[in-house]
Design a binder for this molecule. Sequence first.
Ligand code: FNR
Length: 393
Amino acid sequence: VSSLDSRRSTRLAQAMLCLDDFEPKAKRHLPKPLYGYISGGSETNASLRNNLDAFQAYAFRPRILQDVSKRSTETTLFGQTFTAPFGIAPMGISALMAYRGDIVLAAGAAQVGIPMIMSGSSLIRLEEVVAAAPATWFQAYLPGEPERIDALVDRVAAAGFGTLLLTVDTATLPNRENNIRAGFSTPLRPSLALAWQGVSHPQWTIGTFLRTIARHGIPHFENSYATRGAPIIASNVTRDFGRRDHLNWSHLERIRNRWNGKLIVKGILHPDDAARAAETGADGVIVSNHGGRQLDGAISPLAALPEIVERLGDRIPIMIDGGFRRGTDIIKALALGARFVFVGRPFLYAAAVAGLPGVLRAADILKSELHSNMALLGVTTIEQISRGHLVSA
Ligand code: FNR
């Protein structure tokens, strides 16, 4: 069964021609509440739409006759060489979308030679993900209490992670009306509607949900991996949020003093905050509006990028995520001064519909788009991509 399954996944993955092709497949494959949870933003979805549209503000000004016969998409970040300037963004409860989803994403990224960030709202113990893919980065949501912050940092270090990322754009729960409309809740509550979703999506039910329960127990989200070390980990979405609204820069300082690895702050949109993060000792920032899932109407990361680049200069690497679907999207951000790009939803859709072959295919598509578009732009290395290759459209 499993080799039939993997042959089917490989065939399906190969039929995908661009990242956007995975979404309609995932919509059919996943129960409505889960597809709704991935695809949605907050309130009017203005930021979600805006993230995708932002790329149209720039047009390329390619150079010709450059001899681009030898090209490479390789780049270095924090002293490490990656085969492409993109990675997989942290996404919560991935194991509900694909069986052992975090491991599928992490192992896929490792195989390709790109970074993957494990979400702090994962259902799989962080030690298991590190065992499968040692280079994985870890994203934490900050609990408010200092002793829990310390416990979390120590646990992440003991598990063997070298890079810790703090997501800071989640002071409280946003209004994600679409989750309620789609019937999504944490934990997923048993209901007739959910039972029907299970029956009408048999492949997901058996392939993912039942096997997840058999292996990890009923997924729930009030367990803190930091303080309890329970088999199911999540810092997550419920009680902890209430205590997160008093977080401030002193908490970041506390973590900086305790954590010896690379420290990255995710969810920055203002140049002053980027500068403050650098001054507090962050090794990098990710310009992000959380994929349009937090403050609705927040500026798109691409639009926020130039001012942040201007303020920070070369002090620390500036990374970005939100709405990246094409190699050309990535090239635009690099031209504006980003060092690295993270991609969220498409990789989760790819894992949901086609498992590991899906993740590998998605990475391959993006890489080959980069490869050919670099030639058309007239560059042979990632470092050659510059502001001069863009004009305001
Ligand atoms: C997210 N995102 C997210 N971010 C984070 O720091 N911790 C998390 O647990 C999650 N969880 C999560 C779940 C799902 C289903 C999605 C779609 C997103 C945000 C994510 O890391 C990233 O910022 C955006 O997804 C990037 O935008 P695109 O590429 O999805 O448009």
